[in-house]
Design a protein around this ligand. Structure first.
Ligand code: ZN
Ligand code: ZN
Length: 294
């Protein structure tokens, strides 16, 4: 088994996240909060769906799914495009509202996934640990309490990212309050609770289903798959075999018919000069008969 180093980082000499009970409760999303949010979905009985509420939930889903795919995944984890410090902060804050912890935690575990994919050191390999563990239980496994920060030095050296990491629950609570301000308790139930759980499971499906269900264009040394349904649900992340083959590309749908909403929006933001250096896969990757140059 390959060895790895786990270490702690600090915010001005203090731990990255509070230790002990506070760490469990506030440092990152706990199993208790996760279960409570699922149970709270039953409140749709008290606040039945109306078109405005469903559209509100959908908008909230798309906004935060985008924050995870374009922000946490393609920017913070893979650096597949560049942007200024202000928009980087926007991406970090928006990402935390999806209840998937801070960008440093997310990127550290995701980089680990790529580094050790489908081995015992991969935190969420369905091949090694089974479907449900890979889907979500790995997040709450005490053995994963310590995040390996040795691969995210580019993120931990940014003070505002360390601060967001430490207080990732603040934007999450603020988002719930904003939903209340917009549409009352019904807004919290649909725009926050239901929408957040939907975002979480759709993203988790990339760790579980996208390593089980779909086609393989590239013969990668892992079980990654391309799946158009998952790509539609996750704004482009379902082209997971493409992604594992060429992970530094901001474009994951390599072919024109592989719909990749996150990539299209990044192109739009590039046109508006908000982001730049949006990385593409090499041309031969986009040729159905392409052969990798030797
Ligand atoms: Zn994967
Ligand atoms: Zn990735």
């Amino acid at each position: 088994m390959r060895s790895h180093t786990r270490q702690s980082a600090s915010v001005l000499g203090r731990p990255l996240a509070p230790r002990g009970l506070w760490h469990r409760a506030l440092g990152r999303v706990s199993l208790l909060l996760f279960v409570a949010m699922h149970l709270a979905c039953l409140l749709v009985i008290v606040y039945p769906p109306t078109w405005p509420l469903v559209l509100f939930a959908l908008g909230s889903y798309v906004l935060r799914m985008w924050a995870i795919t374009a922000g946490y995944h393609r920017y913070f984890s893979h650096r597949s495009f560049r942007t200024g410090r202000a928009f980087q902060l926007v991406l970090a804050l928006l990402g935390t509202t999806a209840m998937q912890n801070g960008p440093i935690w997310w990127s550290a575990w995701h980089r680990r996934h790529h580094k050790y994919v489908d081995t015992a050191d991969d935190p969420h390999s369905p091949l090694i640990y089974g479907f449900w563990y890979a889907h979500m239980m790995w997040v709450f496994d005490p053995k994963n309490d310590q995040t390996d920060l040795s691969t995210v030095g580019d993120l931990t050296r940014v003070p505002e990212l360390r601060l967001i990491e430490r207080f990732a629950w603040v934007p999450l609570v603020a988002y719930a309050l904003a939903c209340y301000a917009i549409a009352g308790f019904a807004g919290v139930v649909w725009g926050f609770v239901v929408s957040t759980i939907a975002v979480n499971h759709a993203v988790f499906c990339i760790n579980s289903l996208a390593h089980r269900w779909g086609s393989r264009r590239f013969d990668t040394p892992d079980t990654s798959r391309n799946n158009p349904l998952l790509a539609a649900l996750t704004l482009g992340e379902g082209w997971h075999n493409n992604h594992h083959f060429y992970m530094s590309s901001a474009r994951q749908g390599f072919m024109w018919w592989e719909i990749d909403i996150s990539y299209y929006t990044l192109n739009l933001l590039s046109f508006l000069h908000v982001v730049h250096d949006v990385r593409e896969p090499p041309a031969w990757c986009r040729d159905p008969n392409g052969v990798r140059p030797v």
